[in-house]
Design a protein around this ligand. Structure first.
Ligand code: SF4
Length: 435
């Protein structure tokens, strides 16, 4: 063993995928994972600045590691992700002088170069990474059977409140052959389900020569032997099209599940957010999906307390969610992010009011999800078994609609599709037994 590493990750699935990618590079060099950052020779913080809270957590974690490094001078500390972005490294180096490497999202090579330049690791060689096909996400931990695969990087949409375009740059598609090779290799490691990732995943292929788009890619991934399920996220109401919806409807392995944020119900707020659609247009997209895929589940994201949001605006957002009977809604309380358009507006909804709106929305989500799931009582659903929970003596898995299911089964069904009859339903999970 060369040494140890620890990667602390917060934020979206894209960060998780980047962390796994970096882990696989470090493991190829002979580093072993350790559960505590303070004990690691290489400690990496993969950060998110979409809201203030994850940024504060990363800063506090980093300051604590700075303290550890005072007595452990050879420790390498690396900061990556959206906190570093594409232009923030210089400022951060002044603020956090104990950090050795700053890496923009997905730019993990900077750490590898730094490690290889250090005397104590001079015996290591980059070819160890190249020979190991380092692009594979590390999945040897916990018998994982699902993996995230980024297919587009960055975002060019520039919603008024969002810092991602400034930190991850404009959107660009990964080459199809690279993605497909990665998924073939994942199958070799036991992966059964892949989720294709992009900030606006529906835009996949717009910058590639040829007839490549997400619908095409989903069909190609579904053809891979050993892949049981394919998912994709996150969609944008202005870019999801009929061809894509039809592909989901007609391609057996592609899950009938959509992540389709609406963010706000009021047209005035949507316009200020620069989302690019109206409430009516969002409703139409949902209606098109349901026409073609009646059992589709649709998750969404919502922001409460955006500048100038009144109680009436908020109630319109709740009403939209409630009327459409969507599934899970991720609710974020608005916080201004540096350089964004909305950060120049007055953050005029008080913290108490944001908290109240988020709590009230949470209650509606729990009710709607409880009602949606209650309709499934007694039904037989197909579950991909992801993990056996020793302490509870039951399996955990998900339906194609991404519903969490716990079920009893005598044999080893890890990574298999199991038919489960549902005996109990709640807002956030379902319980049944294998039949
Ligand atoms: S679509 Fe909007 S919210 Fe989503 S990443 Fe792009 S700018 Fe951010």
């Amino acid at each position: 063993m060369t040494g140890t590493y620890h990667i602390w990750t917060i934020g979206c699935q894209m960060n998780e995928a980047d962390s796994r990618h970096l882990a696989s590079q470090l493991e190829a060099l002979g580093f072993a994972e350790t559960p505590r950052a303070e004990h690691a020779d290489i400690a990496v913080l993969n950060t998110c600045v979409v809201r203030q809270q994850p940024e504060d957590k990363a800063v506090s974690k980093m300051l604590s590691l700075g303290g550890t490094k005072r007595n452990k001078r050879k420790m390498i500390i690396a900061l990556m992700g959206c906190m570093v972005g594409r232009r923030e490294a210089e400022d951060l180096a002044v603020r956090f002088p104990f950090v050795d490497v700053f890496m923009a999202p997905s730019q993990t090579d900077a750490l590898i170069d730094y490690v290889l330049s250090r005397d104590e690791y001079s015996h290591l060689d980059r070819t160890q990474i190249e020979l190991s096909d380092y692009r594979l996400p590390v999945i040897n931990r916990e018998k994982s059977i699902t993996a995230f695969v980024p297919i587009t990087l960055g975002c060019s949409h520039a919603c008024s409140y969002c810092v991602i375009p400034y930190r991850r740059g404009p959107d660009r598609s990964r080459k199809p052959e690279e993605i497909l090779a990665e998924i073939h290799a994942l199958v070799g490691q036991g992966i059964k389900e892949v989720t294709l990732l992009g900030q606006i995943v529906d835009r996949y292929g717009f910058d590639l020569d040829g007839e490549f788009n997400l619908a095409w890619l989903l069909k190609e991934v579904a053809k891979i032997d050993g892949i049981l399920r394919v998912r994709f996220l996150t969609s944008h109401p202005s870019y999801i099209d009929e061809e894509l919806i039809r592909t989901v409807a007609e391609t057996e392995k592609v899950c009938s599940y959509f992540e389709l944020p609406f963010q706000a119900g009021s047209d005035r707020i949507l316009e200020s957010m620069r989302r690019g659609y109206t409430q009516a247009e969002y409703r139409e997209v949902v209606s098109n999906i349901r026409k073609m895929i009646p059992d589709a589940s649709i998750n969404t994201d919502v922001i409460v307390g955006y500048p100038t949001e009144t109680e009436e605006d908020f109630l319109e957002t709740v009403k939209l969610y409630d009327e459409l009977k969507l599934d899970l809604a991720h609710i974020a309380k608005y916080s201004p992010r540096p350089r964004t358009v909305s950060s120049k507006m007055s953050d005029d909804v008080s913290d108490e009011e944001k908290e109240s709106r988020a709590n009230r929305f949470d209650e509606v989500v729990a009710r709607v999800m409880g009602e949606n799931n209650a309709l499934m009582l007694g039904a037989v659903v197909e579950v991909l078994a992801e993990e056996f929970q020793e302490s509870k003596g039951r399996w955990r898995g998900r339906t194609p609609q991404n519903k969490l299911v716990f079920f009893e089964h005598e044999g080893d069904c890890l990574g298999k599709l199991v038919n489960v009859k549902l005996d109990w339903t709640g807002p956030f999970s379902l319980i049944g037994r294998a039949i």
